[in-house]
Design a protein around this ligand. Sequence first.
Ligand code: FAD
Length: 266
Amino acid sequence: MKVVVCIKQTPSTTAVLTVDAGGNVKWDDPGGKPNVLNPWDEYAVEEGIRLKENHGATDVIVLTAGSEESQEALKTSLAMGCTEAILVADDAFTGSDTTGTARILAAAISKVGGVDVAVFGKQAIDGDTGLTPMQVARKLGWTPLTYVSAIKEVDGGKITVERLLDDGKETVTAVLPVVISVVKEINEPRYPSLMGIRKASRAEIPTWGAGDLAVAGGAGAAASKVDWTKIYAIPPRVGNVEMITADTVEEQARILADKLFEEKVI
Ligand SMILES: Cc1cc2nc3c(=O)[nH]c(=O)nc-3n(C[C@H](O)[C@H](O)[C@H](O)COP(=O)(O)OP(=O)(O)OC[C@H]3O[C@@H](n4cnc5c(N)ncnc54)[C@H](O)[C@@H]3O)c2cc1C
């Protein structure tokens, strides 16, 4: 069984984002690590590795469409235990919307060949659409299994998973190949081992460009149907704090209730 894990490099959760007058987003992290493996993708990488450890997968290939810088996130995934990494990078792909990104990823998964399961995180913490896994499934013509909280069995060309719903869980069996997106309840991601970090730092990661892939329908800014016309930061909320003092707690509560009533909160 061959597994591909799709990951994205994103700004760190503690990075400070600024948008300049031209709508360009920049970020910096006072902690010194501006970019990380998308936190939701840590669960996807872990589950890919567990498919090898528990369900007989032979290859766990981590894949991203991004820039040369994204090698960092690929190396983190290799250090955790993925067996191979592929970077798709080409200036022609800059400005792709989710459809374009999905076309690129579907073409790369097809080029890998013989893939049974493509694993994704449930969303990226920067773009935040959560659309990419479903769109990749559509482009490939594979079954999408979303919000997966457990992989129960992979046997006889079928996969059985548990899906996390608002009001409960459901168990689903689907014929391979499938695209799955996972939620954080699925596992506890491991830390990269020292040995893994050393090995990953020496890894030569192949880069595939537009010339290497048959991207049906096109990608890049010109092929995008969705345009980010304006990006701006929400002004910080300004609030006043008033301390209520009184001789007793009951009196404090009465004053608070009066104030809330005056403000029409209650
Ligand atoms: C410079 C720049 C310009 C952009 N311009 C536009 C634009 O004009 N219009 C527009 O709609 N969007 C634009 N985007 C957003 C970009 O297309 C999205 O980030 C991308 O489509 C993925 O969507 P998402 O981030 O919402 O991921 P989600 O769908 O939330 O992610 C879900 C899962 O898919 C995986 N995934 C997402 N992207 C990738 C990837 N590239 N490689 C591998 N796995 C991936 C995630 O890691 C995660 O596991 C731009 C992004 C950049 C950096």
